[in-house]
Write a protein of this length. Structure first.
Length: 323
């Protein structure tokens, strides 16, 4: 008799994908069957079948009461509520894991952030490639035309709508993390990139229509964007999650991704094809700093915070090798 690991994926789309992919990894490592609990919520209004065509066995949240063994491992403003590690479940018993982040197994070291310092991130990228986006999602992505070798992504995450049912403290944290860098700053990054390579185009992926309108008005046809089918800040709509998944796919097709260090959306997109990042590091005081992140061989990650980080990001001789 095979015992199962059930992963209940909660939170926003990226959080659920981190839970899903690390759950698949855990099930494989511990030689367990794998089941998924994914139900629409205000943070992610789409069902699994609206986004993906994988034939995972889906279970309802109401079935949790049938599992004697389980754990809820979450991440908040104070850090993880418990170590984000799952020891091997007792043999012969099923286990229910509720989470919105990357959980590792007990035989590997990791730090307290979402993303470990070890090769776990490379495995998560590998399991991301197992997911099969739905035909509707792929058709939407394929309608956005650009030349990958000449296009970099700029991802801008704006705070959740107040309609999302999280605490006042969490909403304040959203404003601090995702509302503190202005559209003008992001426009300045585009200007520096175009100065480094005038042939460059920018794929803009953002959940804010106002931010998109502002940046497109500044750079005209240099900026490409997927036309969202809804208000992307209203995450309770299923179309918001579909649009976000389209953005993830498009981002993974560009030669590099510019993103804030505070959001995992861009980092997660980059894991699919091990795409280089230009990371914007928000400062409590003063202008944000930049860093160049590149995935290397033997599960090595290079991070360069020198003044040459933007220049290195735009260096096609180095960053287009995968094409």
């Amino acid at each position: 008799m095979v015992n199962y690991l059930v992963v209940e994926c909660i939170g926003g789309l990226t959080n659920r994908l981190m839970a899903l992919t690390s759950g698949m990894r855990l099930a494989s490592y511990y030689n367990l069957g794998f089941k998924v609990c994914w139900e629409a919520a205000t943070e992610c209004g789409a069902e699994f079948s609206e986004l993906f065509d994988n034939d995972f066995e889906l279970v309802a949240a109401s079935e949790r009461e049938n599992y004697a063994n389980g754990a809820s491992i979450g991440f908040g403003s104070a850090g993880w509520n418990k170590d984000p590690v799952l020891p091997k479940p007792t043999e012969g018993e099923n286990f229910w894991l509720t989470t919105h982040g990357i959980i590792t197994h007990s035989n590997e070291a990791r730090n307290r952030s979402f993303f470990p310092d070890s090769g776990v991130i490379f495995d998560v990228g590998r399991y991301m490639r197992i997911l099969r986006p739905s035909t509707l999602v792929l058709e939407s992505a394929n309608r956005v035309k650009f030349t990958p070798q000449n296009t970099a992504t700029l991802h801008i995450r704006r705070p959740y709508s107040r309609a999302v049912k999280i605490s006042d403290g969490a909403h304040a944290n959203e404003q601090r993390l995702y509302g503190s860098i202005t559209d003008d700053y992001f426009c300045g990054i585009i200007e520096k990139m175009l100065a480094a390579d005038e042939e460059l185009n920018v794929l803009l992926c953002t959940n804010s229509g106002d931010t998109q309108d502002c940046i497109k008005s500044r750079f005209a046809d240099k900026v490409i964007a997927y036309g969202k089918s809804s208000d992307a800040l209203d995450t309770s709509q299923s179309s918001s999650a579909r649009d976000a998944l389209v953005d993830l796919i498009l981002m993974s097709r560009t030669f590099g991704i510019v993103r804030q260090v505070d959001t995992h959306f861009g980092l997660y997109a980059s894991l699919t094809n091990l795409t280089p990042n230009l990371v914007i590091i928000r400062q409590e005081e003063g202008e944000a700093e930049l860093g160049f992140l590149r995935y290397g061989e033997n599960q090595a990650v290079e991070f360069d915070r020198s003044p040459k980080s933007l220049e290195r990001f735009c260096d096609k001789e180095t960053n287009l090798l995968r094409y």
